[in-house]
Design a protein around this ligand. Structure first.
Ligand code: ACO
Length: 317
């Protein structure tokens, strides 16, 4: 017994920030961002928190699933950009949608949604829960250094959610963590503690782009091969791949190494940028609503990010 996806939903804030507008803020250009990253526009939250965006994506997933918030037995959220560390983003979503079940967050940066999904899957296998909500919600714009052109051009805000229930459609999963903070870290600063002796980096995304890039390609390729092996299929039998939208060159290189055509990869980085844990569920929701999916299609999802972490899973539609 594993689970099936009953409904998906996504939400992005209204404000769109173009590469041209960003070029007025930092020393960059539409040409550099398009060629090196693949982003043209990203959505930026002006007033909405990660939890508020998560709640809107959750409502849409509940509507698609045809169940009410009161029927949920569990909510697992993923975020690295909550407005508060307490209450959890999942607890705030629970309140906003009118659910009454246990709710908690997992933090595995851009892989967070797939870690959250695997966590919810384990609860469903344990029994006692009929429906679970899993979401990724990010307001990355609040944790970026908007003077650092090597990071602020990459990211965007948004949220995506799944409603899942008992079923047989989760065919394989792989979670990976290689602990360390030298490649990617989001320090929170030291607050106003008078007791800190060591220098603490300010709140912002600190990233070694090229190291992350190499890790990402290796983990997408390795993760997809592993989940295919777990499910007893070959990688060319996978109908769709929903990758974390971090850099079009990462997706392109992974596709070539796997020998899987780019047409099978869901790509929307040009419109949203990297929305961290929201990236996979937003992309999956677009695929699910596109009308392209057929019953029985095999869909791989994969993500990578801070931790360092990576995750991949295989779903039967
Ligand atoms: N505009 C113009 N020039 C720029 C910009 C910019 N926005 N950013 C960097 N440059 C310059 C650099 O200064 C450098 O100039 P130099 O050659 O004169 O020194 C040059 O461009 C090349 O810089 P690199 O850092 O080598 O650029 P690269 O091609 O590696 O692209 C990038 C950088 C986009 C960050 C890429 O490495 C990448 O996408 N890495 C993966 C990031 C990722 O996947 N993150 C996901 C996890 S995030 C999370 O978990 C929260």
């Amino acid at each position: 017994m594993s689970f099936q996806i009953l409904g998906t939903g996504a939400y992005v804030p209204e404000k769109i920030l173009t590469n041209e507008e960003l070029s007025q803020m930092v020393d960059t250009s539409d040409e550099w961002i398009t060629q090196r990253v693949g982003v043209k526009t990203r959505h930026i939250s002006v007033n909405e928190s990660a939890a508020e965006m998560g709640a809107k994506a959750a409502q849409r997933a509940l509507e698609a699933a045809g169940i009410s918030a009161a029927q949920l037995g569990l909510i697992v959220g993923a975020t690295v950009s909550a407005d508060q560390c307490c209450p959890s983003t999942a607890a705030k979503v629970q309140q906003a949608i009118g659910a009454s079940c246990p709710a908690f967050d997992v933090n595995s940066a851009c892989s967070g949604f797939l870690f959250a999904l695997d966590t919810a899957a384990a609860f469903i296998v344990r029994g006692g829960i009929e429906y679970a909500l899993v979401f990724g919600a990010e307001r990355l714009s609040r944790i970026l250094d908007w003077t650092d052109r090597s990071t602020c051009v990459i990211f965007g805000d948004g949220a995506g959610a799944f409603v899942i229930a008992k079923g047989e459609n989760y065919l394989g999963s792989h979670l990976f963590t290689q602990g360390g903070e030298s490649v990617l870290a989001i320090p929170l600063g030291k607050g106003n503690s008078p007791f800190y002796e060591k220098e603490v980096a300010p709140l912002a995304v600190h990233m070694s782009g090229q190291e992350t890039f190499k890790f990402a390609v290796k983990q997408i390729v390795g993760g997809i091969r592993l989940i295919a092996e777990q499910a007893g299929i070959t990688t060319d039998q996978i109908n769709w791949i929903v990758p974390h939208q971090a850099n079009i060159r990462i997706i392109d290189l992974a596709a070539r190494r796997l020998g899987i055509p780019m047409e099978k990869f869901v790509v929307n980085i040009e419109r949203y940028g990297n929305t961290s844990s929201a990236s996979v569920p937003i992309s999956f929701d677009e695929l699910a609503r596109s009308g392209k999916l057929k019953k029985g299609d095999l869909i791989a999802m994969c993500a990578f990010g801070g931790g360092l972490s990576s995750a991949a899973c295989l779903i039967k539609w």
